[in-house]
Ligand binder design. Structure first.
Ligand code: ADP
Length: 171
């Protein structure tokens, strides 16, 4: 059984992430999507929401993955789950420096887990979760870039923010 782990914040999951999952599933028997719950970034969506979005989106696309929370060191989770590889997505040269450093550090920490980089379909190379959140916040349409459950959550969030009390507004 060749198992890989795909870690990230997934705040929220985008079609770019799903493209990487689909590619990883062609190479590995099992892919674990590991949602970082303790990262230094302060997420917009809770860990439960982020896990749930990935569940819904992968079931909808018939991508058979395990979705888990990642609380602690990635290499520890990789070893514990028996993963032989860490999957990361590379969009552009700008991703490279950080990813390179992280991959080499992880290799220093444990020698038997390889990091592999997959490139998404060109249409998704400019996609990032933060850009999606910003466009949605400003009222732009992100339908082409995220799964339906995320689209719904982003518009609900916008409505709530526009009318925080939930009651009638005079302006
Ligand atoms: P992190 O905070 O760990 O970077 P992200 O959720 O932003 O978490 O990304 C997780 C992984 O998915 C990273 O390897 C990132 O480069 C990759 N990724 C993010 N967006 C895309 C995309 N549009 N296409 C391909 N890979 C992506």
């Amino acid at each position: 059984m060749r198992r890989a782990i795909y870690p990230g914040s997934f705040d929220p999951v985008t079609n770019g992430h799903l493209d990487i999952i689909e590619r990883a599933l062609k190479l590995f028997d099992e892919v674990i999507v590991a949602v970082a719950i303790n990262s230094q970034k302060s997420p917009c969506f809770s860990a439960d929401e982020r896990v749930d979005f990935i569940h819904q989106a992968t079931v909808e696309r018939k991508l058979a993955v395990r979705v888990e929370r990642l609380d602690g060191l990635l290499v520890d989770a990789a070893q514990k789950s028996g993963a032989i590889a860490i999957v990361r997505g590379l969009r552009a040269v700008s991703d490279f420096e950080f990813e390179f450093q992280m991959a080499l550090m992880n290799r220093k920490l444990v020698g038997n887990v390889e990091t592999i980089f997959l490139m998404p379909k060109e249409d998704y190379t400019y996609l990032s979760s933060s850009m999606i959140k910003e466009i949605a916040r400003l009222g732009g349409n992100v339908e082409k870039f995220v799964p339906a459950c995320v689209l719904k959550a982003l518009s609900e969030r916008n409505e709530k923010n526009a009318n925080p009390g939930g009651g009638r507004s005079l302006y």
